[in-house]
Design a protein around this ligand. Structure first.
Ligand SMILES: Nc1ncnc2c1ncn2[C@@H]1O[C@H](COP(=O)(O)OP(=O)(O)OP(=O)(O)O)[C@@H](O)[C@H]1O
Length: 256
């Protein structure tokens, strides 16, 4: 495992059991040790029910572990409520419609996102500087959307909307980007664009990114590290040097 003494995310013996003591008890995350450095783009693969989303939920704080510890940027966040660790974490889900308000313009959606994440006051987002900053960031996507910032976001395609959601989520100096199947609802071309943007944002802002996907091609083409989960545990953890030597068929064989 790649670990240089300090990691953005340090996870030790993490466990999450649902319905403990009942007939339907599930050890969804079952003793995970994992260190992820700044700038790493980790792709997590694993069959249905292998604990991938539960792991992301534990990192984001939307659920609290049964045992083990989670450190983010040197802080023990194991029992910290999600809203108290949200300054470090941006999260994007599968549904491109979640996280944005359809009837509001692109610009107003960015304003809302800024208000949600900043504590400085409600005047944020009304300045010309804010508008310019949003336009510049949107231009980075290379989709021409910087000329449509007054357009209701609901009029955009799922792919365009998901690209903007990604961008919005990292506008406010977050350090960790959690992506739970962000392209599952998109056509292949839009999916490719969105994943490419996630990759660019990770490099540009030196984020620590974790992507859950069922798409083996994406796992092969993107990411600096690939992890396979099974039954709540890490079955394989391949670092960049070894990942470069993998063939796409190797990933298929993991699920053979
Ligand atoms: N809130 C919950 N209550 C009870 N069981 C849960 C809960 N959340 C998840 N589980 C169970 O924990 C196990 C792991 O689920 P999880 O959603 O983490 O898997 P996953 O790898 O993300 O699956 P998928 O690829 O299907 O999204 C599953 O057996 C699931 O049914």
């Amino acid at each position: 495992m790649t670990f240089y003494g300090y990691a953005m995310i340090q996870i030790t013996n993490l466990q999450k059991t649902f319905n403990r003591g009942k007939a339907n008890q599930v050890n969804a995350v079952n003793g995970i040790d994992l260190n992820i450095n700044s700038g790493e783009f980790v792709v997590i693969l694993g069959s249905n029910g292998s604990g991938k989303s539960t792991l992301l939920n534990l990192i984001s704080g939307s659920i609290i572990p049964s045992a083990g510890t989670i450190n983010i940027d040197g802080h023990d966040v194991t029992k910290l409520a999600d809203y108290r660790r949200s300054k470090w974490i941006a999260r994007v889900f599968q549904n491109p419609m979640s996280g944005t308000a359809s009837e509001l313009s692109i610009l107003d959606n960015f304003r809302l996102a800024a208000i949600r994440t900043k504590t400085k006051g409600l005047n944020i987002g009304v300045t010309e500087a804010f508008r310019r900053n949003v336009k510049e960031k949107i231009a980075m996507l290379g989709m021409g959307l910087e000329n449509k910032i007054e357009q209701p976001i609901g009029t955009l395609s799922g792919g365009q909307r998901q690209a903007l959601t990604l961008l919005m989520s990292v506008m406010d100096e977050c350090k960790i980007l959690l992506l739970d199947e962000p392209t599952a609802a998109l056509d292949p071309k839009s999916a490719e664009i969105v994943i490419n943007i996630a990759d660019k944002l990770t490099t540009e802002f030196r984020l620590t990114t974790i992507l859950i996907t069922h798409n083996l091609k994406d796992a092969y083409n993107y990411g600096t590290r690939v992890i396979q989960m099974g039954q709540g545990q890490i079955l394989k953890d391949i670092d960049f040097e070894h990942k470069k030597k993998l063939k796409q068929t190797d990933l298929f064989e993991w699920f053979g």
